[in-house]
Design a protein around this ligand. Structure first.
Ligand SMILES: [Zn+2]
Length: 154
């Protein structure tokens, strides 16, 4: 919270000015456009502060940050705390297998390929048997395009 006279109204966006010396780091949002990323990197370099990226992982609900070397950390309230257990494949915090990868990244290609072959639904779809099948589950409303409108896979 700042007093009203500490911010200026630029087309409805309230901006506060402060000295770059007050900055500890520049934090990029997960969906920042490349032009914004480039500007933030230039400013962080100019002001000699680290740049970190807020990330929302696919494997965890808890947001985390990565620095320029993809080291992951969380914010403790006072400072960034390194996360010891980070997947070598997706760089997300995770419980790791012996290979240093999370469960998702350590699934090998053979297992990925055979998984589709072991699913009756995947087999049906790959054979084009999806026409007219009402794909919905009890208690769930179908969303998106109808399966009968989908293009055949391969
Ligand atoms: Zn991973």
């Amino acid at each position: 919270m700042v007093p009203p006279n500490a911010v200026e109204d630029l087309d409805g966006v309230l901006l506060g000015r402060f000295s770059p010396a007050a900055l500890r780091c520049v934090i990029l949002g997960p969906n920042a456009e490349s032009s914004v990323k480039d500007l933030c990197k230039a400013r962080a370099e100019e002001w000699s502060v680290p740049i970190v990226q807020l990330r929302i992982g696919a494997r965890t609900f808890k947001p985390f940050f990565t620095d320029s070397d993809l080291r992951a950390s969380t914010w403790s309230g006072d400072d960034f705390q390194s996360i010891a257990s980070v997947c070598g494949g997706c760089f997300e915090p995770a419980d790791l297998s012996e290979s240093g990868m999370c469960q998702w990244c350590s699934i090998n290609e053979e297992a990925q390929n055979s998984a589709a072959g072991r699913s009756l639904l995947a087999i049906s779809l790959s054979l084009g048997l999806d026409k007219g099948l009402p794909f919905e589950f009890e208690g769930m409303e179908p969303r998106g395009r109808l399966v009968s409108q989908s293009k055949p896979t391969k």
